[in-house]
Design a protein around this ligand. Structure first.
Ligand code: SF4
Ligand code: SF4
Length: 339
């Protein structure tokens, strides 16, 4: 199917009547995902500063509210089942949602706040024809046109997008839009664009998980963290990071329970009620960040918890670069070498 760019704003205006439509928009000088009322606000083809994960896992969300009165305790759940579309997601962000699925819905546990949004959200991605220099998606089992996690993939042909369904849900969605069929020429052009698209950089992570198996007590961690400010920008802006904290906000007999993003880069994250903190310095926190993404997550879910989006590289105020860290780890001597 073909969507002319001149028709995108009108198409989104129509979708807004039926769905909550999230799209990348400009806000305070940055690109972020927001629910839009007007299609003209959408800035397709841009990579948001904050990842699209917040559509399914908001930075701050009310889980339920409660009230105690003469009739007892009354509670109201805040599960959000609004039919939604995330329009203009980057493939790395769509892939990250598949990784988050493992965490929020597994054999032991289902987070209904997340899974309800997930079931009710159609993901329309825009492939990256010109990835940024900080992108390394191709090195972490993905790529600029990876369809994992997307229902529909759009390829930028210049004046128009080629829209291809990835899932049954995506197929039904496209059929509803009554779009023009794509010609053979359009399809061939899209294939050429896809084959030319290269992630801006590469990192060889072969054997990394096994290397990290033997590195928990390695002296490499002693120095790595020294320039880190502990600001947590790297984790807040990471599409796969999913740590959160729960807080009760109450006044008199009314209140609500709220879930907020948290970060393993903060000292308070692991501070026990007793005052003991098992991660006393940046050393333990940086080690945890790397180990979780490239060792523990691989062990649990057979995938790295990194989609190579480059956001942590672009936004670290002291220029810490995860690509360099991974290369350095691979070069460390652990006494049990892997190729
Ligand atoms: S670790 Fe960095 S590059 Fe990897 S997914 Fe997170 S923000 Fe993106
Ligand atoms: S963004 Fe940089 S300075 Fe901030 S916590 Fe992450 S590594 Fe440290």
């Amino acid at each position: 199917m073909i969507i002319n760019k001149s028709e995108i704003a009108g198409l989104l205006d129509n979708l807004v009547k039926e769905y909550r439509v999230y799209a990348p928009v400009e806000k305070d000088g940055s690109i972020v995902f927001e629910a839009i009322e007007e299609g003209a606000r959408a800035k397709l083809g841009t990579t948001s500063k904050k990842p699209a994960k917040e559509i399914l896992f908001p930075q701050s969300e009310e889980l339920f509210s409660y009230q105690v009165d003469s009739e007892g305790l009354r509670m109201e759940d805040k599960i959000d089942d609004t039919k939604s579309i995330a329009f203009g997601v980057r493939p790395c962000d769509a892939k990250s949602m598949m990784l988050l699925d493992n965490v929020f819905h597994n054999d032991l546990y289902e987070d209904v706040y997340y899974t309800t949004r997930r079931k009710n959200t159609i993901i329309v991605s825009v492939g990256c024809s010109e990835p940024e220099s900080t992108c390394f998606c191709s090195s972490v089992n993905s790529g600029p046109f990876d369809t994992d996690g997307s229902d529909v993939m759009l390829t930028d042909l210049g004046e128009a997008y080629l829209a291809e369904a990835v899932t049954e849900q995506g197929k039904e969605f496209l059929l509803k839009l009554n779009l023009k069929e794509a010609g053979e020429e359009d399809k061939a052009r899209a294939e050429e664009i896809k084959s030319r698209a290269q992630a801006g950089s590469e990192v060889d992570i072969t054997g990394l998980k096994e290397k990290l198996d033997g590195m928990f007590d390695h002296p490499y961690w002693d120095k790595l963290h020294e320039k880190c400010l502990g600001c947590a920008a790297c984790t807040y802006l990471c599409p796969t990071c999913h740590c959160f904290d729960i807080a009760d906000e109450a006044r008199d007999c009314n209140g609500c329970r709220v879930r907020n993003w948290d970060s393993c880069m903060f000292p308070l994250f692991t501070l026990h009620g007793s005052g003991h903190n098992p991660r006393t310095s940046g050393k333990e926190r940086w080690r945890q960040r790397v180990m979780h993404k490239f060792n523990y997550f691989v062990e649990r879910y057979n995938a790295t918890a990194c989609v190579g989006c480059g956001r942590c590289i672009k936004n670290c105020p002291v220029n810490m670069d995860i690509r360099q860290v991974l290369a350095e780890i691979k070069a460390q001597d652990t006494g049990s070498e892997v190729s």
